[in-house]
Design a protein around this ligand. Structure first.
Ligand code: 5HY
Length: 243
């Protein structure tokens, strides 16, 4: 089985970290490849950057289709471009936020999301609403750190995330934690051990979900919303052209 993991931002060190975390949980028969578009925001922390990352993401999915990949993971907590990616792909396409929230709801009766910046809190609430997870989601908390601080050992990212997790357990009375950024994927196991509660990393869950769905022969339905788009010339984005 071949799974393509797309980090929609352009930070190669995060792509590598995501690929390593995925490889730790993948089945022996699964071949993984983690990629990112060359031209995308270095990190995705707002709606504008979410929109800007989608063309590159879709190009990765189209290349994956040409190379015969069985399924895809969108490794960004906003699940950017998920619907469009599902139009492009035959196999399953799993966003890490949807994966993590559903997994959390099956090991605990409630979860809080611990994400990066305050400005992404509303985006996570919108996803919980979209996925029917509001009844499980006690709170969305920002650890108040930029995404790229997760890539800088000189920053105390882990401590900020751990403290936000502990506050969530104490104040939200939640029973599990969902990590709100793909860049936190390497912290999951140690945080769970340290705080004494399930901590869910959407990257790992999404990999196993793609394996499970593909093994069951479940592919993205083409009967409705995610039918293959009609073939017609699409405009290329030309930054130089004036509107
Ligand atoms: C992510 N941004 O997982 C999201 C996290 C966020 O560049 N990768 C990013 O804060 O929305």
């Amino acid at each position: 089985m071949k799974i393509l993991i797309v980090n929609p931002n352009s930070t190669a060190s995060m792509t590598h970290k995501i690929g390593e975390a995925a490889a730790r949980v993948a089945a022996p028969a699964t071949t993984l490849r983690a990629v990112n578009p060359p031209h995308a925001p270095a990190s995705i922390e707002c709606y504008t950057e979410e929109a800007l990352c989608v063309p590159g993401l879709l190009h990765c999915i189209q290349q994956g289709e040409a190379q015969g990949y069985d399924g895809y993971v969108i490794a960004c907590f906003g699940d950017p471009g998920l619907d469009a990616a599902r139009e492009q792909a035959r196999g399953p396409v799993i966003g890490i936020a949807q994966a993590a929230m559903h997994a959390a709801s099956m090991v605990a009766n409630s979860f809080s999301v611990v994400t990066t910046l305050e400005r992404t809190v509303g985006m996570a609430w919108h996803l919980a609403e979209r996925y029917g997870m509001r009844r499980f989601c006690r709170n969305v908390r920002a650890a108040d750190l930029p995404v790229l601080d997760l890539e800088d050992p000189a920053k105390n990212a882990r401590a900020l995330i751990r403290d936000a997790c502990l506050r969530a357990l104490r104040e939200d009375r939640c029973e599990s934690i969902v990590l709100g950024c793909a860049g936190m994927t390497d912290l999951c196991r140690s945080l769970s051990d340290e705080i004494g509660a399930p901590v869910i990393d959407g990257v790992a869950v999404a990999v196993k979900l793609v394996e499970s769905l593909a093994t069951l022969g479940l592919r993205t339905s083409k009967l409705g919303d995610w039918a293959t788009p009609p073939i017609k010339p699409q405009p290329t984005l030309s930054p130089g052209a004036s509107c």
